[in-house]
Structure formats: structure tokens, C-alpha cells
Design a protein around this ligand. Structure first.
Ligand code: HEM
Length: 406
């Protein structure tokens, strides 16, 4: 990429993310495939889109999700993995997250592990095309993956909800009988909007949410499990805290700080500008934020910032996960679903009246809690592969072993 100024300093990165003189460009490659979606929009149109999206992440909806289907999915999937001859945490984590995101977004049929795996494969092909090639699986271009995703999962889900809304409009269903998901929210919005959205627009927004939710959260769980396992090996007194959801929630944010699922965030200057640090940007120049480096700033995160220390004391007004959820107007909307509510009185639940009364723990911590409760350990017979310092910071496999309790 031409003219990129790379940023590793936490303060500078935060200022850029919040600065009105920059536009989001990390996801601009998705626009030809799915059209303009929440993350690629700016200004009033973005605010309007964000208002619709934030209705999905109210305290009430998220608490209901955590205590009902997220708890149910994690329990069922971990129990299923414990019966397998070669359980794998990466596969398990993707399955849990695809099913969870499927429920939030409104993609029907992801409750079956086969469909969940198929949707995950198509979503990863939508992001990276044929690089997502897997043995025995068809090869897709990004466009073909998008079309297949729509045909298999998105368009039928939209059609079903359009029908339900028609029944609601005709007084044959109550509002409480409508699904509680993104597609329904988008359809309700477009019903009232002056300019109606077509199915293609809704499908684009839905595909982006699925992309944003699944790969990110699913890739966190193996890191969290790995760090916690080794942390307790080195500090056996900590082992009884593996049942404490607050400890696990802090640990999830700490693991995400060290392994940001979106490692580089890009912004483009809309005008020539100078930052507080004196750093200058020409109009159209791109800032490339190295999230992993910025998240290891000792002045913010304290001593040994490269180490996993779930009890570390961080500076007030800083997120435990650092800049892993971005910042400013595009701050991740799914952060509480992924890693729970921040323990400090920080802003959450943008669309709520009583934000601070609801405590959430997040899918990653819930999954890992269930794994430890069921005796999951890294499989001593199959080494966990070392992460390459050059490749993307994710596990591709993580063999597990379930210890039997007497
Ligand atoms: C560990 C899990 C996650 C990580 C690390 C993560 C990371 C991010 C980051 C870095 C951004 C900002 C991108 C930018 O500024 O360029 C973002 C935006 C977004 N994320 Fe997440 N995300 C996670 C989970 C989720 C989940 C579970 C959902 C939905 C269910 C979600 C939905 C979104 C949406 C809708 C946006 C766009 C917000 C906007 O543009 O206003 N994310 N995410």
C-alpha cells in the first residue's frame, strides 16, 4: 500500500481512531462485494446504520442471549467435543461462534454443526477467496462465495422474516412473536424508512455482521484457553479461579490485547492534518495502526506488557483489550457479546437507559469456563502448533484431551 504511515504508539493510534479527519478504510475491499455496510460508511448515514445495529446489543437482548442460547450452545458443543476421538478447540470454537452469531444475526439453520461449518467456510471465502481452500471443499472466488452464502443462508432467512413481518402487519402476530435478530431489525427499519432497502442491501449488511462476529471471537477462544492453561500450570494456586466468570472475563480481554483478531486497522486522512504528537498527514494519506504493538505500551498496560497477566492494573479509561475493538465512531458493536461488560464504569450499551446494571461475561469466557469444567486440556499426545511470528496470530488447530473425573 502506498504512502502508509505505520503507527505503533497507543496514544497516537487512539487519537487517529477518534479523529474526525480520518475515514475508515480497513474494510473498503468488501464494498464491491457487499455494497456499503456499517463499517465503510461515515457521517450521518453511518450514525443511522449504527443506531439500528446498536438495538441488537442492548443489555436486555445480550443478557437474554448469554443466559439462554449462548449457555446452551457452549454446553452442548463442549459435551459433543468431549465424546469425539480427536476434539479440536479451533473447530469447536468456530462452531460455537457461528451458531451464536447465526442467532444474533438471524441466519436460520446454523444450529446444525454441518451447516455452521459450511457457513464459516463460505464467510472465510468471502473475505479471502480461494485462499480458504480446504481439502475436499469446493474452491470459491469471493463473488461465488458471496452468491452461495446468499443462496444458502441469507436470502431464505430474509424471506422468512419478510413473511413474519407481513403477518405482524396484518395483526396475526404480536411483536413478541417476531424474531429478535438483526435481519428483523433491518426489515422493521426499512419498513419505516423513506427509501426502502432492497434484499441485496440487507444481505450485504448481514454478511458483514457475520464476518465481523465469527472469525474474530472464534479465534480468541484458543488463545484464551492456551494462556490460562499455562498460567495455571505456572501458578497452581490460580486454578480454582477457572470457575470465576469475572476472572475469566478479564483473562479474555487480556488474551485479546495480546492477540488482536484484527491486527491492523487503516484510516485515510480526508484533509491534511497535524496530530497532537506533531505527526502530519497529507490529504488521502493512510494511517496503518499496528494494534498488537500499540496494545503492548507499558505506560498504559503496566510492566511486562508482552506477558499474559489477567490481573494487571490498567490505566483508567482504557479498555483491558486495548485497541483490539478499534475506537471512535466505528468502535466494535459486538464487544460485550464477545468479551462481556467492562468491569470499570465505561460506556457500553449505546442504546440503553440502564446500562450499568447488567453484567455480561462474553462468549469466549463462557466457552473456556465450560471447557475447564469438563476437564479439557491440551492433548499431550499431539503438540499444539507454535504460532509463527510472521503469519496471522491464530491457531489453525488446537488438539484437546478431556480428562475423565472419577
Ligand atoms: C473478539 C471479537 C471481536 C473483535 C476483536 C472485533 C473487532 C472489531 C474492530 C477492530 C472493529 C473496528 C474496525 C475499524 O474501526 O476499522 C469492529 C467493528 C465492528 N464489529 Fe467487531 N469484533 C469482535 C466481535 C464482534 C461481534 C461478536 C460482532 C457482532 C455480533 C461484531 C460486530 C461489529 C460491527 C457491526 C462493527 C462495525 C461498527 C461500525 O462500523 O460502526 N464484532 N470489530
Amino acid at each position: 500500500m502506498e504512502q502508509v504511515q505505520w503507527i505503533t504508539d497507543f496514544g497516537v493510534a487512539e487519537e487517529i481512531l477518534r479523529h474526525k479527519g480520518f475515514r475508515e478504510v480497513t474494510f473498503k475491499g468488501l464494498v464491491p462485494l457487499v455494497g456499503p455496510v456499517i463499517v465503510t460508511l461515515e457521517g450521518p448515514v453511518h450514525r443511522e446504520r449504527r443506531l439500528i445495529g446498536s438495538k441488537l446489543f442492548t443489555a436486555l437482548r445480550l443478557k437474554t442471549a448469554e443466559t439462554s442460547f449462548v449457555a446452551e450452545i457452549t454446553r452442548r458443543e463442549v459435551a459433543e467435543a468431549s465424546r469425539q476421538s480427536q476434539p479440536d478447540l479451533v473447530r469447536l470454537s468456530y462452531s460455537v461462534m457461528a451458531q451464536t452469531a447465526g442467532r444474533m444475526v438471524g441466519l436460520d439453520g446454523l444450529g446444525s454443526p454441518e451447516n455452521a461449518a459450511e457457513a464459516v467456510y463460505l464467510l472465510s471465502a468471502l473475505v479471502s477467496g480461494t485462499q480458504a481452500r480446504q481439502e475436499g471443499k469446493p474452491v470459491y472466488t469471493r463473488r461465488a462465495a458471496r452468491d452461495e452464502l446468499r443462496k444458502r443462508f441469507i436470502d431464505p432467512a430474509i424471506a422468512r422474516r419478510r413473511n413474519l413481518l407481513n403477518l405482524y402487519g396484518a395483526g396475526r402476530l404480536s411483536v413478541g412473536e417476531l424474531p429478535s435478530d438483526l435481519i428483523t431489525l433491518l426489515l422493521l427499519h426499512t419498513h419505516q424508512a423513506e427509501r426502502k432497502w432492497d434484499t441485496r442491501q440487507i444481505a450485504g449488511e448481514v454478511a458483514f455482521y457475520a464476518v465481523a462476529a465469527i472469525d474474530t471471537t472464534a479465534s480468541l477462544a484458543p488463545h484464551l484457553f492456551h494462556h490460562l492453561y499455562h498460567y495455571c500450570q505456572a501458578n497452581p494456586v490460580q486454578e480454582n479461579r477457572l470457575t470465576d466468570p469475572r476472572f475469566l472475563r478479564n483473562a479474555a480481554a487480556e488474551a485479546l490485547r495480546l492477540h488482536p483478531a484484527i491486527p491492523t486497522i487503516f484510516r485515510q486522512a480526508t484533509t491534511s492534518l497535524k496530530l497532537k504528537s506533531g505527526l502530519e498527514f497529507a490529504e488521502n494519506q493512510t494511517a496503518g495502526i499496528y494494534v498488537k504493538e500499540a496494545n503492548r505500551d507499558a505506560s498504559i498496560f503496566g510492566p511486562y506488557p508482552e506477558e499474559f497477566r489477567p490481573d494487571r492494573i490498567i490505566q483508567a479509561k482504557t479498555r483491558r483489550a486495548g485497541l483490539s475493538f478499534g475506537g471512535g465512531s466505528h468502535l466494535c458493536l459486538g464487544r460485550e457479546l464477545a468479551v462481556g461488560t467492562p468491569e470499570l464504569a465505561q460506556t457500553s450499551f449505546e442504546n440503553d437507559d440502564s446500562p450499568n446494571e447488567t453484567e455480561l461475561f462474553g462468549v469466549a469466557a463462557m466457552l473456556v469456563k465450560e471447557l475447564f469444567a469438563q476437564g479439557a486440556r491440551p492433548d499431550p499426545g499431539q503438540a499444539v502448533p507454535e504460532l509463527s511470528p510472521f503469519a496471522r496470530d491464530v491457531y489453525h488447530t488446537y488438539p484437546l484431551n478431556f480428562q475423565q473425573f472419577d
